[in-house]
Write a protein that binds this ligand. Structure first.
Ligand SMILES: NC(=O)c1ccc[n+]([C@@H]2O[C@H](COP(=O)([O-])OP(=O)(O)OC[C@H]3O[C@@H](n4cnc5c(N)ncnc54)[C@H](OP(=O)(O)O)[C@@H]3O)[C@@H](O)[C@H]2O)c1
Length: 287
């Protein structure tokens, strides 16, 4: 079977990633959906369960092993995609964790993992490719809890990845000293939560990549999937995972438009670069 486009979704074996895989597979039978999964068996099992639950063949889903914290794992998956499919049309940086015990691990997956995956796959991106960063409303709201100087750093148009790495390491160093130190430096209860800070970094990474590391012809967008019931939040989210998956799908399917580069799609306009689904999606909706 030949496919029109090739899509990779990291963390695709459960939660919102699995929903995005499922919905993309159903809506676009001509797209090969590569379900990124740290554990191949977990991915295969997820596909079997989809088939059972939805009575749909999902023939266009394949599992690809990828652990975003491991350079060798990311390089191997890149090599597989390069050898088999030559290029990539959709890259969704979805894999994420909340590790209350380890700010380092949270940031290794949610920030450094996104960076590693992006740089590995950027050379494979085809013309008109879409890069999606799964962000969070938490990261949008709490940008404004940060001290003014840090907020200005994150909003700066000249910010580089190296500076973002420094900010990430400074956060981890503060977290090692304890919650009081983090609150003192980062301004509030929520920014003391490494997950929230990781999403501030991801939203900033979107803008840095779309500005400095832009592969010609590609569009970079972030999406806030909403608060959805998944393992990440012990199923406390008030939206079903299918809703978060459908928002990720919308971000994948937004048309190519230079104006969209670097935009964050969200429920409300919480920052200067956020775009509201409700208000503005209609203008960009695929016909
Ligand atoms: N749920 C929400 O309300 C919500 C709201 C805003 C944003 N988000 C974001 O949405 C994304 C998905 O979250 P979710 O709610 O679907 O979480 P989830 O159900 O816990 O799923 C997380 C996924 O990430 C994968 N993952 C974790 N560490 C990984 C690593 N090192 N390498 C590769 N994959 C890894 C997991 O794979 P394993 O099965 O191997 O662990 C799993 O597939 C995250 O970026 C999260 O921050 C979620």
């Amino acid at each position: 079977m030949s496919y029109n486009r090739i899509a990779l979704i990291t963390g695709g074996n459960r939660g919102l990633g699995l929903e995005a895989v499922r919905q993309l597979s159903e809506q676009e039978p001509q797209t090969l959906v590569l379900m990124g999964s740290r554990n191949v068996e977990a991915g295969e099992k997820a596909i079997r369960q989809l088939r059972d639950q939805h009575k749909h063949p999902y023939k266009n889903i394949q599992v690809i092993p990828i652990d975003v914290t491991s350079q060798s794992s990311v390089d191997e998956s890149k090599q597989i995609i390069k050898d088999k499919y030559k290029g990539l049309d959709v890259l969704v940086n979805n894999a994420g964790v909340v590790d209350m015990e380890s700010p380092r691990r949270t940031l290794e997956v949610n920030y450094y993992g996104v960076k590693r995956v992006y740089h590995a796959f950027a050379p494979l991106l085809n013309t008109n490719a879409r890069v999606v960063y799964v962000g969070s409303g938490l990261g949008l709201f709490h940008l404004y809890d940060l001290p003014e100087s840090l907020k200005n750093t994150f909003e700066s148009e000249t910010l580089t990845e190296a500076q973002l790495d420094e900010e990430c390491e400074a956060y981890i160093a503060a977290a090692k000293k304890g919650t009081d130190e983090v609150k003192k430096r980062y301004g509030g209860d929520n920014t003391a939560f490494a997950y929230t800070f990781s999403k501030v970094l991801v939203h900033t990474l979107l803008r840095v990549h779309s500005r400095l590391n832009h592969v010609k012809g590609c569009t970079y967008v972030a999406v806030d999937p909403g608060y959805c019931a998944t393992d990440l939040n012990q199923h406390s989210g008030f939206l079903p995972a299918s809703e978060g998956g459908s928002r990720i799908l919308k971000a994948i399917q937004l048309p190519q438009d230079e104006k969209l580069n670097g935009t964050m799609w969200s429920e409300s306009k919480q920052s200067p670069f956020a775009v509201e689904w409700q208000e503005e999606y209609a203008a960009f909706k695929p016909q």
